[in-house]
Design a protein around this ligand. Structure first.
Ligand code: FPP
Length: 265
């Protein structure tokens, strides 16, 4: 289980342990070049490759990419179909390379909505890289932060029906093990490309104390140079996790709820 940023103060370092990315701007990249939107998605796969490589080299422990949200089904059916095909082709072509580089693949989301062939390829890609000890590459597909929390709640109550009768007894630590990324540290750095400033139902629970970085760069143009700019910005952040700047500088130990008296004026 990873450390919860709301229960404990996590270890932090110059390199983010977990980077989570919303890969936005594929359609606009293509439009700017008078190309169909799907050409942007195809080019986006190259940016995925470059980003995986750069993160792995930098020593990132986990990279989570938002490939398809639970709301992306609302797109034109042809575009959804191309995205599925790209995902399938990427699995067919890239898993061997991930394995060679010690990168473990995991796919999170409600995979039951995907066709049988895609589900089979996902399971095979995960199994073929399960032993890899390097970076974990998480692909979020048909994923939504609200789905994740609901799914975790359902699983928790299936295992612990007693909690339904005693909701006051439910602790964060009861729910957390059932969340999709329970075994990974919470993201240190969230990146969204494409100039929009939204979380779009990504890792709602896990982003509680994540540092946010937004860039106007369209996803197909994203690569090592842009990623290093995000890393540089990250190293300049003061991560306080609810404390004051002065406390951080003096290394003061934090207090706990209930241990502080209200001062009389
Ligand atoms: C958002 O751009 C992008 C997506 C919804 C899909 C991202 C998919 C890939 C990069 C390819 C496949 C991924 C993997 C992991 C193999 P947009 O279409 O919303 O762009 P726009 O905002 O400019 O319209």
């Amino acid at each position: 289980m990873s450390v919860s940023s709301t229960q404990q103060i996590p270890e932090t370092g110059a390199i983010p342990r977990h980077v989570a990315i919303i890969m936005d701007g594929n359609g606009r990249w293509a439009k700017k070049r008078m190309l169909p939107r799907v050409a942007g998605h195809a080019k986006g796969v190259d940016a995925v490759r470059a980003t995986v490589e750069t993160c792995a080299r930098a020593g990132v422990q986990c990279l989570t990419l938002f490939a398809f949200s639970s709301e992306n089904w609302r797109r034109p059916v042809e575009e959804v179909s191309v995205l599925m095909r790209l995902f399938l082709t990427a699995l067919e072509k890239e898993v061997a390379l991930l394995r060679k580089n010690g990168i473990r693949l995991r796919v999170i989301g409600d995979l039951s909505a995907f066709d049988a062939k895609l589900q089979e390829m996902i399971a095979r890609g995960e199994a073929d890289t399960a032993h890899c000890k390097g970076m974990t590459l998480v692909v979020a597909a048909n994923y939504g932060g609200r789905w994740d929390i609901l799914n975790a709640t359902r699983q928790m109550l299936a295992v612990r029906p007693d909690l339904a009768a005693n909701p006051q007894a439910i602790a964060e630590s009861d729910l957390a093990p059932y969340l999709a990324l329970a075994d990974q540290p919470e993201p240190d750095l969230f990146i969204r490309t494409g100039g929009e400033h939204r979380v779009s139902n990504f890792l709602l629970w896990q982003l509680a104390y994540t540092e946010f970085y937004f860039t106007d760069c369209f996803w197909p143009d994203f690569g090592a140079e842009e990623l290093n700019k995000a890393f540089e910005s990250f190293t300049r952040r003061e991560r306080r996790f609810g404390r004051t700047s002065e406390q951080l500088q003096s290394g003061q130990v934090s207090t706990h709820p209930g241990s502080v008296e209200v001062l009389s004026s």
